[in-house]
Unconditional design. Sequence first.
Length: 250
Amino acid sequence: MSKTSKAPKNDRQRRIEEARRRQAAQERRRRLIIGGAVLAVLVVVAVIGIVVQSNRSGSAKSTASTRPSGVLANGAIPMGAAVSAGQTAPTLDIFEDFQCPYCGQLEQGSGADLQQLATAGSVQLRYHLLSFIGLDSVRAANAAGCAVDVGAFAPYHAKLYANQPKENTNGYSTDNLLKWGAEVGLTTPAFTDCVRTSRYQGWVKQVQDQSSKDGIVQTPTLLLNGKPVDNAITLQPAQLKAAILAAKGG
């Protein structure tokens, strides 16, 4: 009886142990599969991260080195017959932000006079397009840079101020910038693409950074032959014109 009763017990133990071995083997395989999947995901994430970072670095480098045609080393936009003819004339540096209400007043009051004086060779204008007020400033400055490339900075500059929105209201949206461009004849695919892709965003930042380094803390700021123009004169068209002509005579 003892031998007969003992045999079934050994069979039962063998079956239990075999089941346990199969379960352990399955658990090991499951862990290996999960671990391999996790590792694969981590590898993919790492590769994506490297590619994205590489693209960002390449894009930032490319954007920073892309500037409108003819801008000066400090990023300013030069204008005037004296510039193109290589003549000597007083220089007027204009630091402005397209969202700045007082810059709008300067353009409305003296914009036409300044363009006339520049065309006559009586002054060399250097526009520094700042962008510290907000994203609208950045978009407007970029679009103005796009207008420089096609020789239409002056009319587009005037158009942007003629339609100057309140600060940070998305008034200088891409659609509006393109619409106002079309109103002054800027309808080429090159201009449209330049505005939509923010081609000169790096240049806009460079101008802002350089102006900050130079101690420009407000807009508009005017420098006539490198010397600050008194704020009392800046928004007085007749006095500003007289100061420029006096500098020319000197």
